[in-house]
Design a protein around this ligand. Sequence first.
Ligand code: SF4
Length: 364
Amino acid sequence: MSRKSFGQVNFQEAGDYNTPDGEYADWDMVPLSVKRIFQRPTLVVSRCIEFDHVRYNGDMITSDIVASLKPFVTFIPVCPEVEIGLGIPRDTIRIVLKGEEERLIQPSSGRDLTDLMNEFSRSFLDQLPPVDGFIMKNRSPTSGIAGVNRYPSQEKSAPLGKGPGFFGGMILNRFAGYPIEDEGRLRNRRIREHFLTRIFLLADLGHAEAASSMEAAIRFHTQNKLLYLSYSQMMAKRLGQIIANREGLPLPELFGAYRQTLLDGMGRGPRYTAEINVLLHAFGHLKDTLSRDEKVFFLEELDLYREGRIPIAVPKTLLRGWILRSATQALAEQTWFAPWPDRLMLLDPDDIERGRGMWGEEIS
Ligand code: SF4
């Protein structure tokens, strides 16, 4: 099978789906004529989400996003409560305020698990290989990253405040700026897509860092220019300055500054006004290849996106089709058009035209 390559991002013809990290099980089903190849992100995940029945009551949590990520991601599942020797099932634990201090207590036994949990968390995080993000169980006194209750005593009492769990809090401290979410927040489409964008971007960056060449750094930067503009012009400018390397930094320092600027600048998702600017920028590149009717159609769709009536996927997909038709290389290599695998798109059941029983017994 032949293969077209635009810079580092490879586009393959249908049926040719070998990837650098093995084959995705479902790639031979992909109906499009070309696809971007993604590096495989590494994520730490709470083991009770889609991996094992390790919750205090022996349950496992289901999560559509974690399940759908399995073919695309290397997961490192961990259950700190099991790791420190609490069994399954086990009595619950809670965070109790003792003066200024927060302690992790098991009310039924009166055990104070604070030191044990801190020790495990430190040693686990010390030994982690490079990771691109975290998906944690929400509201857990151990794994939660926000919204975990603090109690005034280990007896029955109303909570006094909220914050992260013990393990989740240490992750937030050590990995500031990294994609760290809980499975509850990932049910929100915008949060999910922002998370996916960053984990696949960081996996690509790790790949460029491993190549350890100025050429790889420039290629990575060039392919992500539109993506950066959709997040922040200021960040895009700063990243451009780092790549220009007027100070003559050695490569490891250059990559270090680049990664840090990226982590600092992509904490929040892109604003729709910036997305519109990027759509118009790409449209400007393609204008000469489009008919008058195509241009009018695109601008109408853009208005619908601006008014919040359609998702960005609609105008973006129009552009993707025209890029393929016109083989406009400057755009074909831009990751913004496919920041994560299309197969990770999750729609609300009501938005999918495959609902069961909506019209009596009719099943589509
Ligand atoms: S929330 Fe964390 S500690 Fe609790 S069961 Fe899940 S993985 Fe284990």
